[in-house]
Design a protein around this ligand. Sequence first.
Ligand code: UD1
Ligand code: CA
Length: 456
Amino acid sequence: MARSCLSIVLAAGEGTRMKSSLPKVLHEVAGLPMVAHVLRAAELAGATRLAVVVGREAERIAAVASRHGRDASVFEQTERLGTAHAVLAARDAIEEGFDDILVLFGDTPLIRPETLTRARAALMAGADICVIGFRPPDPTGYGRLIEHEGSLVAIREEKDASDAERMIRFCNGGVMAFRGEGALDLLDRIGNANAKGEYYLTDIVEIARAAGRTAKAIEADPDEVLGVNNRVELAGVEAIWQARRRREVMLGGATLQAPDTVFFSHDTVLEPDCTIEPNVVFGPGAQVAGGAVVHAFSHIAGATIGEGASVGPFARLRPGADLARGAKVGNFCEVKGAIIGEGAKVNHLTYIGDAVVGAGSNIGAGTITCNYDGFNKHRTVIGENVFVGSNSALVAPVSIGDGAYVASGSVVTEDVPPEALAIARGRQVNKDGRGRAINERNKAAKVAAKAAKAED
Ligand code: UD1
Ligand code: CA
């Protein structure tokens, strides 16, 4: 049977260096709050129960966690007395009894589920505690991992370390897994007699060893334990996240012509054999099917791009844009809340909002669905194989039947029956010789003005 696992995410950081009204762990990486990244990694590593320890704004953080589908209990740590004290804020959850307990930091969003799984595997193999270590280029400020014959003996915080201990380069990443059984007893024995006067979670290692238990350290990539304290570090973490995802999507079969210029949301789905040209940005909720091409400088959010469809260059797909197989949305077009049917074309300078465009229809350059009357939104329904001439305004609510033809420059305010021709504009009048007369008059005016200026 699978082992039960409680994951406790510590998020009571002050975050003052973010200079923000938003709690630090709610700042986003790839459009997802940092704490939600951490909860997601914990779930993927098999956590069966999630707890978050916060210092303030518990409700806001709980709301964010549940919005992202994570059923987490939020505990408040009113005084910030150290990482062990923070873990004990979740005492009620720990008392429920779990095989494994994972402790993570809410401001360390790049932790990989695989690494957490490795730490749990170490518990399964017999260790009572497994600490995730790393080797930073500069270990200053981190707790040092003191090992002996393959076991972890102690973690020494920088401020409490001897000169010899400070020479150790293997550091505590902050993520820890420990056996749930007896954990409360060990945690309750942690004191605060140290340089910072804090209850250090890291002391659990020595306390456990004294009680005859075993601890072990495993090594992770330094990127995984990068913490965010200010917006420069937030941007650094975002860059690493994006680089990882680009690699993943390319290895998953998507072509990125200039990977460094493509930006993903946490939930972007690219199916094999799609092509993404340079300078494309994905907001949340985007999906691209195989054979589809997203041309340069497009912005895609909340949109589904079907097989073999083509988007851009310079296109914007907003939430609810749904392009069927082989549909085409070209340059300087915006689509929102609209289905573009199979093989339909919206090629140039067009806005399609709150609409359906049937299969095989062609929407001419400059066409606008006038979906908003200043108060309410209305729908435009365009049938199959419809031709809408350039620069038409389709004033919703309005429908255009299958096979209909709308003349260029029409302002369509009434429904168009199938196969009808709709012309809704002034009729053209040609007046013989009037063009020449106007030119002569304008030329004479210009000459007169020039002469008057010379006399001044
Ligand atoms: C901690 C580790 C250190 C490790 C480093 C990695 C301890 C004692 N030290 O040090 O070994 O190398 O992380 O980054 O654990 N927190 C609370 N409540 C508290 C105190 C902290 O929720 O009372 C949270 C913070 O929000 C933060 C995390 O715990 O997310 C780490 O706390 P921090 O004070 O930054 O610990 P470090 O000194 O960095
Ligand atoms: Ca820290």
